[in-house]
Design a protein around this ligand. Sequence first.
Ligand code: PLP
Length: 372
Amino acid sequence: MTAGRDVIVTVRPLLPPVEKLTTALAEVFDSGVITNDGPRVRALESLLSAALGMEDLAVCASGTTAIQLACCALEMTGEVLVPAAAFPAAAQAVLRAGGTPIAVDIEPTYLTMDPAAAAAAVTPRTCGIMAVHTFGCPADVDALESLAATAGIPLLFDGAACWGVRFRDRPLLSFGDASTLSLHATKLTHSVEGGAVMSRTRSISDKIRRLRNFGSTPDGALAAGTNARMSELHAAVGAIVLGEAGAEISRRQAIRRLYEDGLRTLPWLEPCAFRSDAASNIGAFPVRLAPDTGYDAEQLSDALLRYGVHTRAYFAGRYRIHAIARHAATPHADAAARSIVCLPFWGAMTSQEVFRVIEALRAVHTGHRAAR
Ligand SMILES: *Cc1c(COP(=O)(O)O)cnc(C)c1O
């Protein structure tokens, strides 16, 4: 790290004015109800439902437990196709829910599950598809929906980083049999820790509400139940942060444009493509390293740290999940592990900070070439 300079982190949580939070938290304490499906949880569910235009929605403890609960609700407890390059939570959640994740390759351009690879991996044992809208970029929803329909199996989307992303004039989170959202502090809108499951074509929110609360039903507790509740305190924070999400989206769009201008001066690095019928990516800022630089994504990420810039090579190193069965070789996922890095990206970044990231990228590249 360069002495005397602040570190530029990968993401800074959206933090509303603390007075708003203290008032809301004091109200929770005054009410005496601090968890167990209280009024703030229901209120946050209504706010999220209204924003998405989807009534079938239930919140829970995290984006990861949202995937677990959705897998249980959709009975995806046999072989489940998952993308070979994705945040590890997706495959982990399938495992926790009792399923067996089978990794299939991703598309080289959009980094989302390759429908042809998925089709080749479907067997009579396949009981679901769990695709990821990677870094907020829509998966190939048409091809995956038709594959799932033909095979007669449910389609679940991990849309953890997709708040505010619209696809063909619909919220991206409204596709598939169900979608999951993360409300973790690193996401565009958050409740510090939290998640949600939403569904358009099946009513699953009642199941999610039971499963998150030990699977309790009048007839007994479902074995798949767990404690994945959201507390009233988290829900209260979630409602306040959500009120600021619109402004955060506009700020992120401006930061994105600054980056795009700066990156035009670095021909060995390009912003990852975004599907054309979706508005611009506000979830993350992934870039792709040209294959002939002589260094890979992890090495770039390590070198940037010396300039006080935190980035993440999300498909490599400590994020790479091992011991998951693969249907076939996954050359595109392997290439993504070598080439994809997410740059610092949040709404309150200054143009100075964006400029520093660009200059650090340039310095790493120049330094590497000089050393060769
Ligand atoms: C953040 C994220 C998760 C995990 O969400 P948590 O709320 O941290 O459990 C899962 N999948 C993807 C794609 C994510 O970006």
